[in-house]
Design a protein around this ligand. Sequence first.
Ligand code: COA
Length: 283
Amino acid sequence: MTADDATAAERVTAVGFHELDTRMHRRAWPDPELRPPDRGALWIARVRHLVGTDPGGCWVAERDGELLGVVVSFVREKLWLLASYAVVPEAQGLGLGRALLAPALDHGRGCLRGMLNASSDPKAVRRYHAAGFTLHPQMFLRGTPDRTQIPVVRKVREGGAGDFDLMDSVDRQTRGAAHGPDHALLAGQFRLIVSESRTAQGYAYLDEGVILLAATDRRTATRLMWEAIASAEGEVLVGHVTPANAWAVDVGLAARLDLYQEGYLGLRNMRPPAPYLSHGALM
Ligand SMILES: CC(C)(COP(=O)(O)OP(=O)(O)OC[C@H]1O[C@@H](n2cnc3c(N)ncnc32)[C@H](O)[C@@H]1OP(=O)(O)O)[C@@H](O)C(=O)NCCC(=O)NCCS
């Protein structure tokens, strides 16, 4: 895959994911052609970034110049991560997905540990299980919060590039590998907040809910999630909650959000990170 493939690859994932996305997202769209341009633009910027850092992890399948499938994977400090994986609906279930995943897994051959966000698609689940991943069911919280339940949020401030070292250190303590270059990309796309005391640190990227959250203790994680809820203007979405992160269920239900289940956190040779709510693609 090259950076020039990103626009066409975005279309492959838009149609490949269409049915799953309409189930999961608050801003469901009725037709793949109508995927909100803001989400498509974020996807393209992210994939160009990953093709830049990990060209050997990104592959496409094509026939007569037309893209049929895409896989985007990358390595951060000996952790292999899968950002995106899709085949167009007409070509699914014929072995193309297996062929695409092979070179992406090979890109991570030096890594024992692996992490990915799996959809509930049975075909995807078969591929990840075959690649040695354990599947941990995930929940998500969505709804309009009851604002009378929101506590006063203290010890949370806006973050910036000067916090990246602290954030990388929190990443290492929670998921075992820093986000490194991905923080600059995320900080350009989302609001960044940081909470830091003498004994605990944490951060979160926000956008009408939580995009990614990591903290060294549950108290800090809880503070950051309350800030996400307090600062959202309408509906809130907090995704990728594994059972190891019951603190997030506590906060979400206290805010009167609704609890649902969707997809899996796929992990190889590691425990579910906590307190941690992963980013859908950058983990
Ligand atoms: C996940 C995906 C990329 C896999 O690509 P693919 O070309 O369909 O995959 P393959 O054909 O190589 O493998 C599919 C597996 O599911 C099996 N399968 C095929 N059709 C199936 C069906 N309807 N139900 C359950 N399993 C099915 C196949 O037999 C194969 O398993 P096996 O190799 O153990 O026999 C593709 O299906 C897809 O784009 N799905 C929608 C988007 C998505 O969920 N992406 C993953 C994001 S985490």
